[in-house]
Design a protein around this ligand. Structure first.
Ligand code: AP5
Length: 234
């Protein structure tokens, strides 16, 4: 969607208080889900639950699950639902998730969305919103090839788009700018294909459940964050 054509639908939170919000962030690879989730977590305290981060942690730790997940991640394919659902069940059972959470990168297909619905019904924690961050596909490749993570702070940065002051802050603290293994052009192309085939149908799924809200994900991180806040009524 081009800049300026953002649809913002403020949510009615009903009995759910801000500190209890349960949100899904939807969007293509590179749309800014992780970046916006980090800001929401810092400002509002909702824990960011990123299946990508949890899987990368398992790969780095060399756990059996990480070893099973690695080949799919390196190829830009989805990791099997049984692995991902196990991770989500364990993570949402942790105490900090009892008062709300931001799901970043999960669910990724209709089967995962249905399993999530059953899990949240079981634990009596209904979703408040599925927020789609909408970005033109031609921007995504540059965002992904330019992405770096600060080895000291864990902050997600970008060699093309981050202010020099943020890059310097990382380097000044003795950090390195780390690039993800799957942020190469070939794997990114497959991740974008997998997104349009398997994940994009969730837009209709959550629209039919009257949970979908959309924001324009173009422009600066601050501009997108302001739209996210309005859409969530924060
Ligand atoms: P995952 O880690 O979830 O990756 P992804 O969905 O491909 O999403 P990204 O992390 O690439 O993008 P993002 O939207 O978070 O963008 P970001 O904020 O970093 O998944 C990786 C792999 O794990 C998958 O391929 C799969 O194998 C597996 N996996 C994970 N979950 C799974 C599941 N549920 N089921 C099965 N398999 C699963 O931003 C990107 C860059 O852009 C950054 O450099 C950032 O600084 C920059 N940026 C952000 N916003 C802006 C802006 N407004 N302006 C300029 N630059 C910006």
């Amino acid at each position: 969607m081009p800049a300026g054509r953002c649809i913002v639908i403020p949510l009615t939170l009903g009995a759910t208080t801000e500190s209890e919000m349960r949100i899904i962030l939807l969007g293509a690879p590179g749309s800014g889900k992780g970046t916006q989730a980090q800001r929401l977590m810092a400002d509002h305290g909702f824990p960011q639950v990123s299946t990508g981060d949890l899987l990368r942690g398992a790969v780095a730790a060399g756990t059996p699950m990480g070893l099973r997940a690695k080949a799919a991640m390196d190829a830009g394919e989805l990791v099997t639902d049984d692995i991902v659902l196990g991770i989500i069940r364990d993570r949402l059972a942790e105490p900090d998730a009892a008062g709300g959470f931001i799901l970043d990168g999960f669910p990724r297909n209709i089967a995962q969305a249905e399993s999530l619905g059953e899990l949240l019904d079981d634990i009596g924690q209904p979703l408040d919103a599925a927020l789609l961050i909408d970005v033109d596909s031609d921007v995504l490749m540059k965002r992904l090839t330019g992405r770096r993570t600060c080895s000291v702070t864990g902050k997600v940065l970008n060699v093309y788009f981050s202010p020099q002051s943020e890059i310097d802050e990382c380097l000044g603290a003795g950090g390195e700018l780390l690039q993800r293994d799957d942020d190469n052009e070939e794997t990114i192309s497959n991740r974008l294909k997998v997104y349009s085939e398997q994940t994009a149908p969730l837009i209709e799924h959550y629209s039919q459940a009257s949970l979908l809200s959309r924001v324009d994900g173009s422009g600066s991180v601050d501009e997108v964050y302001a739209r996210v806040g309005s859409a969530l009524g924060l």
